[in-house]
Design a protein around this ligand. Structure first.
Ligand SMILES: *Cc1c(COP(=O)(O)O)cnc(C)c1O
Ligand code: SF4
Length: 338
């Protein structure tokens, strides 16, 4: 059956407001630091780290940083400091083994029953601890060429029941581009769940606009969104409202976080994060030990200390607010419990 062509109103062809906010992100470390009253910290910004994976921070996210605090946990996640220039043995370029993913399709199929689509290479924010710092512009994305080879891959393997949109950040694609994929997936009866891995509801909650909510609310599958916040200060009123709107559309909301030195490496911070997530309708899912990616060694929390922290928060929170502490080991059939 041919889809009915509905004329697109002129307003819908204008760039959405979130796209304007996206483009308006801070890119200059000096501007960010001056805005925070921390001009002296500019001396510690690494020109090579900035050249390799440039600073990018939505202004609304920067507004949640504390003025005058050089150790602010949000600032620390985005500022390219000279710590990144240190070469530390064991911290490599492809720490999670994704270089070995399926060529040409943008699909990474490492785990049984679920396949991950590298929907796009772009992100609204550049997180210093992320493996993407070495692959900022993914060449092979599932969205290129109208999702064709990714959908072919999924169609050919009936054991795949769950499609995970990841990236980069899949919500950096326009809603109509996302709809192109889900329209194609409707024809694959083996797909029973859709999952989105995205940091946008946290860093640019304006992305969750009416058009997006209409799309996600009308999907034929149970839908899971795994957001990514590492610290309670990332969660403000706009984030809570975006999460509430998603929940109203029946979306299951989970959070993954990365355990990091100087960001969330104490029990109070982790408890506050779980509480803030729950207050927004989000349950903690994973707390990842850092991937050992080159330039991120200063963020690492040793595993023994991580286990102690996990026990400490377990003693203070109901079980459903304690995230699973995991590590990604290349070649394993799933995330490995620490
Ligand atoms: C993390 C990951 C998943 C999802 O794992 P879950 O344990 O289901 O959350 C799927 N595929 C790949 C390649 C992953 O890295
Ligand atoms: S993929 Fe996620 S963690 Fe990595 S830079 Fe993008 S938003 Fe940050």
């Amino acid at each position: 059956m041919q889809p009915v062509m509905i004329p697109v109103p002129a307003a819908a062809r204008q760039p959405a407001r979130w796209q304007a906010l996206w483009r308006d992100a801070l890119r200059d470390p000096v501007e960010l630091l001056e805005g925070l009253g921390l001009p002296g910290l500019a001396a510690r910004v690494s020109a090579s780290a900035q050249a390799q994976f440039p600073l990018r921070v939505p202004r609304g996210y920067a507004a949640r940083m504390r003025r005058g605090d050089a150790n602010d946990p949000l600032l620390r996640q985005v500022l390219p400091l000279d710590d990144e220039d240190r070469l530390v043995p064991g911290f490599s370029l492809d720490a999670v083994g994704d270089g070995a993913a399926k060529g040409g399709t943008g699909v990474i199929h490492k785990y049984d029953g679920r396949a991950l689509l590298i929907a796009t290479g772009s992100c609204a924010i550049h997180c210093r601890y992320c493996f993407r710092r070495h692959f900022p512009y993914a060449e092979e994305t599932a969205a290129s060429g109208g999702w064709g080879s990714a959908v072919d891959y999924l169609r050919a393997d009936p054991s795949i029941h769950e499609v995970i949109l990841s990236g980069g950040d899949p919500l950096s694609l326009s809603t109509s581009k996302l709809a192109e994929l889900t329209d194609a997936l409707r024809a694959l009866p083996q797909i029973t769940r859709l999952r989105l891995h995205t940091r946008l509801p946290i860093v640019l909650p304006e992305r969750i606009d009416a058009e997006f909510l209409d799309w996600i609310g009308a999907l034929p599958w149970p839908t899971v969104m795994v957001v990514h916040a590492n610290h309670a200060h990332e969660i403000d009123t706009a984030v809570r409202e975006a999460c509430g709107a998603l929940r109203q559309r029946g979306v299951h909301l989970l959070n993954q976080a990365v355990l990091m030195r100087g960001v969330n490496d104490d029990a109070d911070a982790l408890v506050a994060l779980s509480e803030a997530l729950f207050a927004s309708g989000v349950l903690p899912y994973y707390l990842h030990l850092l991937d050992r990616v080159r330039g991120t060694a200063h963020f690492e929390v040793p595993e023994a200390e991580a286990l102690t922290l996990r026990d400490a928060i377990h003693a203070r929170l109901p079980g459903y607010l304690v995230p699973r502490l995991v590590r990604e080991i290349p070649g394993e059939p799933g995330k490995t419990a620490a």
